[in-house]
Design a protein around this ligand. Structure first.
Ligand code: ADP
Length: 806
């Protein structure tokens, strides 16, 4: 290197690019030294030496950090950006090699020598050039880096091999070191050679990469395709295999089914719709379900009905003990039905406490008439749509309960038991009883319209029977259509007979015993009735008998002895059932003051109801507790008003109520109670407390009271008397007006009780209160003072009610 060929230039270190002669490149320069070097070159209009760093990461490169071969370039443009950096456009001019780097004040300097290409006249150069152009063309096609069209064109027409090489160098993707190495090759043929090698390699690599990618993609695509095809095939198979089968099955079922003309037309229309639908659509399921409902429903199928009254009587007697009146009414009803070809007139409604055999009578009726039996519980139904169904446009729509029950019945003329008609409620979604009215109306029910079915359905051959616990719970329009048959509870004797003759044999059979494996002796059964169940019907009794059967079965297996006969004595009952659940008899042990036994009617039968009164010094406040309903509270006030009006006759100070607070309580305070029939009981309790006279503990009473002390009739007489008997009561006081109802009370019950019929509370008091020797209940008082008292009693008495429990 000769000294005088050296020229000094400012140095611009490049981090990660290599500039070639003939290449125009934009640079963004932020290093202070570089900025100054550029500014200097621009100002002096001199060239600048661009040289690549050995390591791109070095921020302040010293001599050793820089290659020695670089390019002298001119600065075409400088653009200062607001943040102090400079955007420069430079054009590479020619190769140069550094002789010495020099430390300047503001930037690096270098003494460099030009390095023109050598062997640039070799004869094989044109051939190299041609090959290079061809290969570059190929490279441009396969390269991932998109090479601009004008460059491809420029390369295609470039004759000068040196320029060609540099141009191509500028546009192929190579690592920085490879580019630097190319720059450093001064021999032109050698450089071209090297470039060809690199291009070959790149193309090959590219191709390899591509083929790999293609393969990978292909594999992925294949997998996906296979999966997709597999699924499709599965679907097609399903549709073709099962699908067509299903259609043909459905069609076959439709052809076979006996349908009214209108229904068949509709079904065929739906069937055609189904066929035209895309197989997997949601709609198909809807249409399909609908067709299934039509096919499931009985439209013409019937049981052959016959009513043989003697046979019916035999069946009713066989299935049920007692219930004489009920059976008679039912047989009369059946006799009428036997004479007409269509069911006419009101439907039977059996009303009575749970477990008295309402449902099982319905079953017997079905048996007696040779009809099938279905039961529909209406308890808790509050929405018309539950009876009548939802329109099919609703998602998940279904037919209503009536149609659903008919599906179960499988014939159009079953005995249809509408259970618990009194337990329906009305809410904003419509009144279910109005739908029921249509069902029960013989004028309308031949064309019952279920919203889901949307076809007239004939219910006119159905034999409806309703059951209820409480007549008051049945909406009046419904009651109008019904013939009410009441069933009251059973007496102890009846229960005993039912248990021994019906329940025990039934449960023995159900639990796999022979008929005489367990002998339910009278004392054992009575023990169960008295101390383990307290009910009007026999439901708990049946349950308890079943439970004993299970326990005996277990014992028998445990002992692994040959089956022995069990005798169910009262001790055995205690062994199996543990501590008795109920006290036997509720009559008080002593005659108490202020404590009177009333007779109450509840849905589950009659009950004994104790009413207590306590007095304490005070200001005339009346407190009534025990979760009493409005009617019962009013009845307490009426009772007090009566007592006040009679104060003088009873020997009480007319102002007595101003000096005491009265508290009337009805125990079992958590159970809501209501009704007027405790009126005379409350009055008796008040008088007993005020006069400090004890009440006959063997006595129970029931009756409504008026302000003038008249005793008004009450309902549920049989239930109440049965409860009295269960509770060991021997004497009862009843309203006189209930006398005629006594006929309905079983003779045994009637004759076992000492019954007093009262018209006025005075009679009640005389009978209930126990007087000591020489004591008198009433005094003779002039009539005027009584009226004076009556006026007084209309004064408002403050009432405070405390509710216990919820
Ligand atoms: P309900 O419908 O009134 O609540 P069920 O019909 O369910 O009562 O009767 C409960 C059980 O008692 C049934 O097993 C029934 O056979 C039986 N049962 C009720 N009354 C009698 C009776 N008089 N004779 C025989 N079994 C009876």
């Amino acid at each position: 290197m000769s000294e005088f060929n050296l020229v000094r230039y400012p140095v611009l270190p490049l981090r990660d690019i290599v500039l070639f002669p003939g290449m125009i490149a934009p640079l963004v320069v932020s290093r202070k030294n570089s900025v100054r070097a550029l500014e200097h070159a621009m100002a002096e209009r001199c060239l600048i030496f661009l040289v690549t760093q050995r390591e791109a990461g070095v921020d302040d490169p010293q001599f050793g950090d820089l290659h020695t071969c670089g390019v002298l370039a001119s600065v075409i443009q400088l653009l200062r950006l607001p943040d102090g950096t400079i955007k420069a456009l430079v054009e590479g001019k020619r190769r140069a090699v550094v002789a010495t780097y020099l430390e300047g004040e503001d930037f690096l300097w270098a003494d460099v020598e030009d390095r023109p290409d050598t062997e640039s006249d070799r004869p094989d150069l044109p051939a190299f050039s041609r090959e290079l152009r061809r290969i570059f063309d190929q490279y441009a096609k396969v390269s991932r880096k998109k090479i601009p069209g004008e460059i491809i064109k420029a390369v295609g027409v470039m004759e000068n091999p040196a320029r060609l090489a540099d141009l191509i160098c500028a546009h192929i993707q190579l690592r920085v070191e490879e580019k630097q190495a190319l720059l450093e090759i001064i021999s032109l043929p050698e450089r071209l050679q090297r470039m060809l090698e690199l291009l070959y390699r790149e193309i090959e690599l590219d191709e390899l990469e591509k083929s790999i990618e293609v393969k990978v993609r292909k594999r992925m695509a294949d997998n996906q395709r296979n999966y997709y095809l597999g699924e499709k095939v599965k679907e097609i198979q399903q549709e073709m295999g099962q699908g067509t089968d299903d259609f043909s099955e459905l069609q076959e079922a439709l052809d076979k089914k006996d349908l009214p003309e209108a229904v068949r037309e509709k079904a065929v229309r739906e069937m055609n719709k189904l066929r035209a639908m895309p197989p997997m659509s949601a709609e198909t399921t809807v249409v399909r379900n609908y067709l299934d409902v039509i096919l499931d429903l009985p439209w013409q199928e019937k049981s052959e009905v016959k009513i043989d009254i003697e046979e019916a009587e035999r069946i009713l007697d066989q299935d049920h003990y007692g219930l004489k009146k009920t059976k008679e009414r039912i047989l009369e009803y059946l006799a009428v039905q036997a004479q007409v070809d269509k069911i006419r007139g009101p439907i039977i409604c059996l009303v009575g406490p749970p477990g008295v055999g309402k449902t099982s009578i319905c079953k017997s009726i079905a048996r007696a008439m040779n009809r099938k039996f279905v039961r529909l519980s209406l308890g808790g139904v509050r929405d018309e749509a539950e009876i009548r169904g939802h329109r099919r446009t609703y998602i998940g729509a279904m037919p209503g309960k009536i149609i659903h029950a008919m599906q179960r019945a499988e014939v159009i003329n079953p005995v249809f038991c509408l259970d618990e008609v009194d337990k329906m409620s009305i809410d904003f979604r419509g009144d279910p009883s109005s739908a029921l009215l249509e069902v029960l109306d013989p004028e309308q029910n031949s064309a019952f319209n279920d919203h889901y079915l949307d076809l007239d359905y004939d219910l006119s051959e159905v034999f409806f029977i309703a059951t209820a616990n409480n007549l008051h719970g049945i909406p009046l329009p419904l009651q109008d259509r019904m013939e009410i048959i009441r069933l009251s509870g059973y007496t102890e004797e009846e229960k005993l007979r039912i248990a021994q003759d019906h329940l025990a044999p039934k449960q023995l059979e159900r639990n796999g015993f022979a008929a005489d494996d367990i002998v339910f002796a009278e004392e054992g059964v009575l023990e169960i009735i008295r101390r383990y169940t307290r009910e009007a019907g026999v439901r708990d009794l049946e349950r308890t008998i079943a439970s004993i059967c299970r326990k005996v079965a277990r014992d028998r297996l445990k002992k692994k002895e040959p089956a022995e006969k069990y005798q169910l004595s009262s001790e055995a009952v205690a062994d199996y059932l543990g501590v008795p659940r109920h006290r036997y008899g509720l009559a008080e042990k002593r005659d108490e003051i202020g404590l009177v036994t009333g007779l109450a009617w509840t849905e589950v039968g009659g009950e004994l109801l104790q009413i207590e009164t306590a007095l304490m010094p005070g200001t005339g406040k009346l407190t009534i507790t025990g979760k009493l309903g409005e009617v019962m509270q009013e009845s307490a006030q009426a009772a007090l008003a009566y007592v006040r009006s009679r104060a003088m006759r009873l020997g009480l100070d007319t102002g007595f109520y101003q000096k005491v607070d009265i508290h009337v309580h009805v125990p079992e305070g958590a159970i809501p109670k209501d009704g007027p029939s405790a009126g005379i009981t409350i009055a008796t309790s008040l008088v007993s407390a005020l006069l400090k006279m004890p009440v006959d503990r063997q006595l129970a009473m029931t009756g409504e009271i008026t302000l003038r002390g008249r005793v008004l009739p009450i309902g549920g007489l049989t239930e109440k008397l049965l409860a009295a008997r269960r509770g060991n009561i021997t004497r009862v006081i009843l309203p006189k007006e209930n006398e005629r109802d006594l006929e309905d009370v079983p003779e045994k019950v009637r004759s076992s009780l000492d019954i007093t019929l009262a018209e006025h509370v005075d009679e009640v008091l005389s009978r209930a209160l126990l007087l000591r020797e020489g004591e008198e209940l009433f005094r003779d008082i002039p009539l005027e003072s009584i009226y004076h008292d009556v006026t007084l009693s209309t004064h408002n008495i403050p009432v405070q009610q405390i509710e216990i429990g919820h």
